[in-house]
Write a protein that binds this ligand. Structure first.
Ligand code: SF4
Ligand code: SF4
Length: 210
């Protein structure tokens, strides 16, 4: 056994001098895109470890039209995740309906004090810079029905606009031709008023009549 290992290359990584090559989708730390969070509390409710802490208050948005009612919205006061309790199951990320939570592959956030493993929202927001971009779409995948509907609507509107433009140009061409014909007839009459009579003179020869 020993001899066999002596003849092979070592697989030991000299961390931290050599960083590991982790897959881009590694579960390192959770990042928060605060702008997307609606404080629906789903993530905190679904977390099996109860390690997500959210505080919020309600804000009244005055009505913009007369007769309409004021609206209320939740404003985030605190969003924190205690990574000393988190078991990296990813349920919170799956449960978030507004794409506010993401996995980042960053893992170097060990602390000397366990209390520092509770990351508040500013720190969670900073992790967003380390989230890799989403994978490219599969070209062979089925088109989402929303995209198919939008594409069909755009194509229908383009076809309607095309047929309207064609009808308008046909009508314009016809009216231009009619106007030109009327102008030609008027100028011929002005130039030689008796031309119509000259063109078809009445027959005066005997026997030519009926
Ligand atoms: S990864 Fe799992 S344990 Fe960690 S905060 Fe999300 S739901 Fe909770
Ligand atoms: S589930 Fe998403 S939107 Fe809802 S509170 Fe959690 S992070 Fe915010």
């Amino acid at each position: 056994m020993t001899w066999r290992h002596l003849t092979r290359r070592s697989v030991t990584r000299q961390y931290p001098d050599v960083l590991p090559e982790l897959p881009p989708r590694s579960r390192g730390v959770i990042a928060l895109l605060e702008e997307n969070c609606t404080v629906c509390m789903l993530c905190a409710r679904e977390c099996p470890d109860w390690c997500i802490y959210i505080d919020s208050h309600k804000e009244t948005i005055p009505a913009t039209e007369p007769g309409a009612r004021d609206r209320q919205r939740n404003v985030l006061d605190r969003f924190a995740i205690d990574f000393s309790l988190c078991m990296y199951c990813g349920i919170c990320i799956e449960a978030c309906p507004f794409d506010a939570l993401f996995w980042s592959p960053e893992f170097e956030y060990a602390e000397l004090d366990i209390r520092d493993l509770t990351h508040e929202r500013d720190r969670l927001r900073d992790w967003m810079w380390t989230v890799p971009p989403p994978p490219a779409h599969d070209p062979a995948a089925e088109q989402p029905k929303e995209l198919a509907t939008a594409t069909a609507t755009v194509e229908r509107q383009a076809a309607e606009a095309r047929s309207t433009a064609e009808a308008r140009s046909t009508a314009e061409a016809r009216s231009t031709a009619e106007a030109r014909g009327a102008t030609d007839a008027g100028s011929a009459t002005d130039a030689d008023p008796g031309s119509a009579a000259k063109a078809d003179p009445p027959s005066t020869e005997p026997g030519s009549g009926p």
